[in-house]
Design a protein around this ligand. Structure first.
Ligand code: GDP
Ligand code: MG
Length: 459
């Protein structure tokens, strides 16, 4: 798998302190092979690896104490960049409602299921959506959309052909339209717009027919529907498991209907994300949503960083970071352990530790790589690096003697430190107090207590 390949590629780096050009190139070869194995399209792989290589060659990595972690974060960044084009682009809305969203894609891609999810999502946001059955190709397509509509509590505009019995007229979720033309998806789509205007539905989601493979007749029909309803969004729905075919299919639909955005489905399966990378890169169209199951709420706004993490497999990244960190931490940790048990661990040691942590990169980036952290994205983004900077400034304003033994810091020293670091005296007091408490606790632990949560055992 891609993850295995990348992990192998990175394993090689773990044992090295610095990267040479040869190191980088052999790693790049591994990454290239890995991406190809994961069904990422060749031109995409080429541009991706050349970008990564360029950045690896920059001093950023070769000067780093921790190249493996740096390479992971570069690969992660570049993946996110490709996946994230147009990210945060909200749906296009019509100036005068209804807004029309047309779904296109191969049969089985998940269009009908998506119609329900998207409708439900829009309804939660206060819209009044209408689903339109413009797939008249398969006998059961209309019935399927009506089931989906009922589950989501959203009306379905369907031609009479799809209405099986009178009991459905009683369902207020289903709109029976005697006037709709049988068998003509273009006419049904056009009529649905008139209907939506009359009944004040503000969003119209049009489900269309797909075939097993790309064919010109299908594409012509999708184009006809498009031209008849002039959608604000044409969403290309693609099964993430489709593999290498993703590029060809995406290109065909891009040329055929010139879609405005992409929805990736079946991300609950074991697709590693090759399709996402290819489609985003080859079509230059944004991925707006993804689907992760058959349920109505298995649907979300697409997050490029999560997808990058998926491609790299977050668990492995974490292991890698931990290992890289361990390498350069060990010596220091051993020294700290001795000082702790002697009770001589001072602020000078603390600031050294702080520096080690910083070498891993901004705290935010580090936190964002931890599996499960994606959901705390906002909190992470708000994390105040400045708080850490201020602590460091305070410690730096102290003399070496003060750092070693905080008990000598009297009132006049506190005032001097506050002035020197540009903070208030109470901030200086706070830092000293917190440190003394922590030091007391650490000493107690080092001298008997077995462990405290959140503190790494020291080798
Ligand atoms: P359409 O032919 O494009 O309309 O595709 P459908 O909506 O009928 O979906 C085809 C099959 O894929 C159905 O069995 C769906 O339940 C299933 N499906 C759709 N989206 C997802 C998804 O995100 N995850 C999983 N596991 N199944 C999905
Ligand atoms: Mg369908």
């Amino acid at each position: 798998s891609l993850t295995d390949r990348l992990t192998n590629a990175f394993k090689h780096l773990r044992s090295k302190g610095k990267l040479s050009e040869t190191d980088i190139d052999s790693t790049i070869r591994e990454i290239r092979r890995a991406l190809l194995d994961a069904d990422v399209a060749l031109p995409v792989v080429r541009s991706f690896t050349s970008q990564v290589r360029e950045r690896c060659l920059s001093t950023e990595v070769s000067d780093s104490l921790n190249p493996a972690q740096q390479v992971v974060s570069i690969v992660n960044d570049e993946l996110t960049a490709i996946l994230g084009q147009g990210v945060d682009r909200p749906l296009n809305f019509a100036k005068n409602p209804p807004t029309v969203i047309m779904l296109a894609g191969l049969q089985g891609a998940g269009k009908t299921t998506l119609a329900g999810k998207l409708g439900y999502w829009l309804k939660q946001a206060g819209h009044t959506p209408l689903l339109v059955a413009a797939d008249l190709q398969r006998p059961n397509a209309v019935t399927q959309l009506k089931v989906v509509g009922e589950r989501a509590g959203i009306p379905v505009f369907a031609p009479q052909a799809g209405v099986t019995s009178s009991d459905e007229t009683a369902e207020d979720a289903t709109v029976v339209t005697p006037g709709a033309t049988h068998g003509d998806p273009v006419a049904v789509a056009r009529q649905s717009l008139e209907f939506a205007r009359q009944k004040l539905y503000d969003m119209v989601i049009i489900d269309t027919a797909g075939r097993l493979g790309v064919d010109e007749e299908l594409m012509a029909q999708a184009r006809d529907i498009r031209d008849a309803v002039q959608p604000q969004e044409i969403l290309f729905v693609i099964d993430a498991m489709i593999g290498q075919d993703a590029v060809q299919t995406a290109q065909a639909f891009n040329q055929g209907v010139n879609f405005t955005g992409v929805v990736l489905t079946k991300l609950d399966g074991d697709a590693r994300g090759g399709a996402a990378l290819s489609v985003a890169s080859v079509t230059n169209k944004p991925i707006l949503f993804d689907s992760t199951g058959e349920g109505l709420t298995d649907f979300e706004v697409f997050h490029p960083d999560r997808m990058a993490g998926r491609i790299l497999d977050q668990g492995d990244i974490l292991t890698l970071i931990e290992q890289a960190q361990k390498q350069f931490d060990e010596q220091q940790a051993r020294e700290s352990a001795e000082k702790l048990s002697e009770g001589t661990f001072g602020l000078d040691d603390f600031i050294e530790q702080l520096e080690q942590v910083r070498k891993l990169g901004p705290m935010k980036n580090l936190l964002a790589m931890i599996p499960g952290m994606a959901q705390y994205r906002n909190q992470i983004d708000n994390l105040d690096e400045k708080t850490i900077d201020r602590s460091e400034a305070i410690i730096r304003a102290m003399t070496p003697a003060e750092r070693r033994d905080t008990s000598i810091i009297d009132g006049s020293r506190r005032a001097r430190i506050a002035k020197g670091s540009g903070v208030s005296v109470s901030e200086v007091n706070g830092l000293i107090q917190r440190f003394e408490m922590a030091a007391k606790m650490m000493k107690r632990v080092a001298n008997g207590a077995t462990s405290i949560p959140g503190v790494r055992p020291i080798p």
